[in-house]
Design a protein around this ligand. Structure first.
Ligand SMILES: *Cc1c(COP(=O)(O)O)cnc(C)c1O
Length: 400
């Protein structure tokens, strides 16, 4: 079978809820992926930052194999010998008191929303069923009906109503809007420290700190969605560290398993996490031993290979080099660590055609929304490989 055969198969039998580039990947290692024709590409998207540790990292593959041969799933009806260790290691690494593993990012966000509401009723004293949660415009927190209930993107919402009540949406990056939106029933403010899906949007300097101060003064939980921005992607372990902010709740996922297996987690203080009691929340696969063993190794790789530092150092270099490119198409280049967005002017005709040409040259990236190209290679990338990519980006941005 060749590329066209696989594309035809997807189109015929699969749901059409994505519009992928027609590159059919069959194998991957480190920063490289290989298609069914044997052509090699540098992965400049990293599965939306799930493969920060690089594809098929040998240590993570080994951890998966070892654990798969021991025990994969116990359900939470019984204990397993991996869950507590993962929670402990996560807390020691991030400084939180408690961790609750789930599977997808969306589920971990739902878990955080539940925790915030329950905390509101049990600790803050909000009247029953009155809790309000504030979120931001252009957010991306997942795809469940509750989560898209506070999305401002029609594409994510159309046709899925009725929606879950109890959410207020305010402009991203506007601390005054946050202060004005809080009511006595507000339990939490949920935000992405950098908005990935909306185009690697970095809020104005000081915003995270101001938001944290407002939340603390007003008795509102600050909840950071670090699913994409965290675990080294933005040059810090958690992107909120850019403004020395420690949210009350942090949600991680994606790179928590190095892309090997779906694993997410909610990190919080004991005060927040202890609102859950037996039966009040759960997941058959959440915290399973296979997931936990994989996540433990993925975290160790992040630390042992200094991937956070690599992201900070090479990200700064990459952005500096990108900014030397003189292209009439470019409106703005922005980034933190190896989390970079190149925003094009509308006259450039959309980011997709640039991504298609880059793919032909062996560089896989994806447009996000219409006009932004996101560059997010695995954090194991080296400077020579980054220079190779930069050469292609330079030629494409100046020749198209
Ligand atoms: C990917 C992502 C999610 C959703 O994670 P899934 O694993 O796809 O459910 C939520 N928030 C952010 C910021 C993300 O990037």
């Amino acid at each position: 079978m060749n590329t066209q055969d696989y594309v035809a198969l997807d189109e015929r039998y699969g749901a059409h809820n994505y519009h992928p580039l027609d590159v059919v990947i069959a194998r991957a290692q480190g920063i490289w992926v290989y298609d069914v024709e044997g052509k090699r590409y540098l992965d400049f998207l990293s599965a939306y930052s799930a493969v920060n540790q690089g594809h098929c990292h040998p240590r993570i593959v080994q951890a998966l194999k070892d654990q798969a041969g021991k025990v994969a799933l116990t359900s939470r009806a019984f204990r397993n010998d991996q869950l507590g260790l993962l929670c402990k290691e996560l807390c020691e690494l991030t400084g939180y008191e408690k961790a609750l593993p789930m599977n997808s990012g969306t589920e971990a966000i739902e878990t955080a929303l539940k925790a915030a509401r329950k905390w509101g009723y049990m600790v803050k004293g909000v009247p029953a069923d009155q809790a309000e949660i504030i979120a931001c415009t252009d957010n991306f927190h997942g795809r469940s009906i509750t989560v898209v209930s506070f999305s401002s993107e029609p594409l994510y919402r159309d046709g899925y109503g009725p929606f879950t009540p109890g959410f207020t949406v305010i402009p991203y990056g506007d601390a005054d809007a946050l202060a004005a939106a809080i009511t006595p029933n507000t339990v939490a403010f949920l935000l992405e420290p950098i908005q990935g899906e909306s185009g690697v949007r970095i809020p104005p300097a000081g915003y995270l700190r101001q938001a944290a101060d407002i939340c603390r003064e007003r008795g509102v939980l600050l909840m950071a969605d670090e699913i994409q921005s965290g675990l080294g992607r933005a040059g810090k372990l958690l992107a909120c560290e850019w403004e020395d902010v420690r949210p009350d709740v942090a949600v991680i996922g994606k790179a928590l398993s190095g892309g090997m297996y779906p694993v997410s987690a909610v990190l919080a203080s004991a005060e927040v996490m202890d609102v859950f009691d037996p039966g009040s929340h759960g997941s058959t696969f959440g915290g399973n031993p296979l997931a936990c063993a994989v996540a433990r190794e993925a975290l160790r790789v992040l630390v042992d290979e200094n991937l956070v530092e690599n992201s900070a150092r090479l990200g700064a270099y990459f952005l500096e080099q990108l900014r030397t490119i003189q292209s009439p198409h470019v409106k703005e280049m922005r980034g933190r660590g190896l989390f970079v967005g190149v925003e094009l002017w509308p006259a450039a005709g959309g980011a997709r055609r640039f991504c298609e040409v880059l793919a032909q040259r062996g560089l896989l990236c994806k447009e996000t929304h219409q006009h932004v190209i996101r560059f997010a290679p695995p954090l194991v990338i080296t400077q020579p490989d980054l220079d190779w990519a930069l050469g292609h980006v330079r030629e494409v941005l100046t020749s198209l």
